[in-house]
Design a protein around this ligand. Sequence first.
Ligand code: ADP
Ligand code: ASP
Ligand code: MG
Length: 493
Amino acid sequence: MSGHLDGHRAGLERRSRFDRSDDVVVMKFGGTSVEDAAAIGRVIGIVRSRNGSQPVVVVSALAGVTDQLQEAGTAAAKGHLGSALATVRGIYVRHEGLADSLVGDSAYGALDRELRGEFRELESLLLDLAAAGRLDPKSQDHLLGFGECFSSRLVKEALCRAGIDAEHVDARTCIVTDARHGQASAVWDVTEQRLQETVSPLLERGQVPVLGGFIASTCDGVPTTLGRGGSDFTAAIVGAALCASRVEIWTDVDGIMTTDPKLCSDARVIRRLSFDEAAELAHCGAKVLHPATLAPAMRQNIPVYVLNSRRPEGQGTEIVGRVKTGNAVIAITAKRKVAAVEIESAQGVNSELLQAVYAVFDRHSCPVDAMTTSLGRISLLVGSTAALPAITAELRGVAEVSWDVRWENHKALVCLVGENIRRQPELASRVFASVSDMDACVVCQDASDRAISFLVEESKVEELVRRLHGIFFPRREPVRDWGGLSSAYCQAG
Ligand code: ADP
Ligand code: ASP
Ligand code: MG
């Protein structure tokens, strides 16, 4: 998030009438939490249970819709317009079906007109993509944002039908970002002012504002997105702007766990985490939280809760300012689809060239996960190979140096995350001994002391995660050695 400090200070002064409200609760529901009528029914129950506070609801697109929109855009750009339109038609039918079962007769007509209008705009965007023969980051943001536009209107009407006085807010008119398409950052002072002007009056009237997460726009009104999984970030931005008392991230697992439960069934819920620890987990690939989520919450010390919308009675994970878990290892994360890139130059590498190379990756919105250099060689890890051909072409023009660029796909980064973990040599040697047969190499990912990262073949991720989890979180053994169970953890399920 851009740190416009002066703007922020002005915002704080403006906010005198919005002093930390004890009742504003921002509740973000992810894709699986709004995937069908039963899930939206649970959302209604959860929002209703906040009776007495002032909920602000942020929703993701229905599960799978953002991926389908991406597929449709890629197909259209390749000239497969028929299949792109069929995918979008399927999305329309799914939303219509839900509107039919969730929305009252009187509101159905208006919602149907709105949805039809948006789908016509979506179809015409696909026609443009087919004509252009490419899907650039700007068009991609426009395209992917439709999922949240649809879901937020639908959920708003479903809440109204259930007797909750909900009001739709178009997030693209409030969350104002830079033009970094695909990974935009909010311009804080403008965003804060717009959210306060638009959302606060609704709260004062006792209404429940409903916004789509993930979507935003530049100050000129060009649609942007906050990056995949960005609805969590929207919730934190809204929470910070409205001085919420808490931000709740409702998802499909019981909280932040010792590892992804899809990789290891022994994963267990972590009851409490500090902002720093949770941010590190998210940064290292724990998909349950978008990596940028915690910054706005941390700045204003707003507690964040990760909760299961399928088991709302659970305690989930509480993320707050200071926590001492006493555990050497907090969790094990995995980031898939990593590519290892080697860039070689016969002329050697100096810091100026390094910066120039980094700038090329940045221009192509290709975030670098790790970078090391040796004589004449730069080694990088990136999360997607999509931009690498274009980056290679552009590197040829950098400083008239002749670069040799190669990359290998299907890698993954597995990280052990814990406070001061890198300063514990005995821990590292134990880990290395137990994974020595797995062809995993250690990577220096960032300057933080909180993670040890291994680069492995993607096919070995599950095995490596399970082994590491077995070492640090032995099953049902209440030992404290090596970061085993402590009161900060509880069994999953
Ligand atoms: P949502 O659609 O609610 O935003 P996501 O799919 O983005 O949900 O995030 C939830 C998923 O994150 C879980 O289903 C789980 O597979 C995955 N995940 C990865 N790492 C963790 C972890 N450490 N703890 C909990 N879930 C994790
Ligand atoms: N719908 C978007 C995505 O799938 C944003 C989100 O769900 O947070 O990435
Ligand atoms: Mg998510």
